[in-house]
Design a protein around this ligand. Structure first.
Ligand SMILES: NC(=O)c1ccc[n+]([C@@H]2O[C@H](COP(=O)([O-])OP(=O)(O)OC[C@H]3O[C@@H](n4cnc5c(N)ncnc54)[C@H](O)[C@@H]3O)[C@@H](O)[C@H]2O)c1
Length: 382
């Protein structure tokens, strides 16, 4: 197929995730960046577009100009979807304008900054019928998809307990909260209701629901700013219930000195526990109650892997894949969906999965404000 043309908002000079998205699109091979509004600063946006080799008339000074400008192009030329990689508070306004202009939206997580903005985003998607994907990256790793398939297969029995933690240390001290990536993350006006729980807790939440194939229904949480002077949480923990009755714990912290990207999950079913760590992503350990321990590893030449995982493995066994490839799986599937050919169980998170992550943030925040009161996720309202 001809590559699917896409536009990007954010991701200019010095940005973190925009370049990751572009690399992912290149690995996916079925999409091509044709336009962008890469910065809130018009000159920086222009320089970023030029550095990426975009035609001057496709490198826009603002996201509003991008959406208008692309809508005016011939159907054979205009962008077919928009990728949003700005700070959280801009996801909803950009997405709503894009959907109203008929552009499908692939937005980075969390879906938005507040529940009200998320509901407005969801309403625009419902009204326009536009396609929305969210980049909850960790669900797109082959061994996570293998774990999901093993749980869904039923042979391990019902889930009893989940333990997930996402620990980073890059905001361990007050003076760490400077620089492009940090300064908006500690600002409620741009980050939203939560700090670490929104930034990385939502990834942990999505990973739980992805592997378990069940919804988180209730939680009790304690969020805090461990570093004095911060408004938003930089550290916190929640206890939760899954719909099937399993119990779980979730830790999300950005003040765990020395940790880099310590996302790890264990899911214990009646017959075995499944264990996966993001920093060693090609390995899934399955420890059985009444049998030997199994070490599952990724590899394109392993026919015994579940199809939903093996279809997104690119290299033979022993050739590690990781973060960039997981992102590429998301781009690959979203581009297929834009052309009306979405695979079953796509690698991008749906709008409703993104919305549920927002309800998780809101419930954790409300619970923490009320001394850890148990809160139903569905009770979170704008
Ligand atoms: N999925 C993941 O693994 C992952 C990882 C990191 C960040 N993220 C998410 O990606 C988003 C961006 O995070 P980041 O770390 O790249 O931040 P960043 O600060 O590095 O980049 C943000 C970019 O948005 C641009 N921007 C800001 N306002 C703009 C506007 N009005 N118009 C156009 N561009 C504008 C900035 O100039 C910058 O280029 C956040 O929502 C974050 O939660 C996701």
């Amino acid at each position: 197929m001809e590559p699917v043309r896409f536009a990007m908002v954010g991701g200019g000079e010095g940005a973190f995730i925009g370049p990751v998205h572009r690399t992912a699109a290149a690995i996916a091979g079925n999409c091509r960046l044709v336009a962008g509004a890469f910065s809130s600063d018009a000159e920086r946006a222009r320089r970023s577009g030029e550095a990426l080799g975009l035609a001057a008339d496709r490198s826009y000074a603002s996201w509003q100009a991008l959406i208008e400008g692309e809508a005016r192009k011939d159907a054979a030329e205009r962008a077919e979807f928009i990728a949003i990689v700005t700070p959280n508070h801009l996801h909803a306004p950009i997405a709503i304008a894009a959907l109203e202009a008929g552009l499908p939206v692939l937005t980075d997580k969390p879906l938005t900054d507040t529940i009200a903005a998320a509901e407005a985003f969801a309403a625009a998607a419902a009204q326009t019928g536009g396609l929305v994907g969210v980049t909850h990256t960790y669900a797109a790793y082959p061994m996570v998809r293998q774990a999901r398939a093993l749980v869904a297969g039923g042979a391990l029995g019902a889930i009893r307990r989940v333990a997930v933690r996402y620990t980073q240390g890059w905001l361990a001290r007050a003076e760490d909260a400077v620089g492009k990536q940090a300064e908006w993350r500690v600002d409620p006006a741009r980050s939203g209701l939560a700090g670490a729980f929104g930034d990385i807790g939502t990834h942990a939440f999505n990973l739980v629901e992805t592997i378990a194939g069940e919804r988180m229904v209730r939680l009790s949480a304690e969020l805090r700013a461990a570093v004095p002077g911060r408004t938003l949480d930089d550290d916190g923990a929640a206890m939760f219930h899954l719909a099937g009755g399993a119990r779980g714990t979730l830790v999300a912290s950005q003040v765990c000195a020395g940790d880099a990207n310590g996302l790890a999950i264990s899911i214990w079913c009646e017959e075995a526990g499944l264990h996966w760590e993001q920093e060693n992503p090609n390995v899934l350990r399955v420890a059985r109650r009444a049998g030997p321990e199994e070490i599952w590893t990724a590899g394109a030449d392993r026919p015994y892997l579940a199809p939903q995982g093996s279809r997104v493995i690119r290299t033979p066994a022993g050739h590690p894949e990781g973060y960039l490839e997981a992102f590429a799986n998301i781009y690959q599937d979203f581009a297929l969906a834009v052309r009306g050919d979405a695979p079953a169980d796509p690698c991008y998170a749906s709008l409703s999965a993104g919305m549920r992550a927002m309800r998780f943030i809101a419930a954790a925040h409300a619970s923490s404000e009320d001394d850890g009161r148990w809160i139903d996720l569905e009770d979170t309202r704008a």
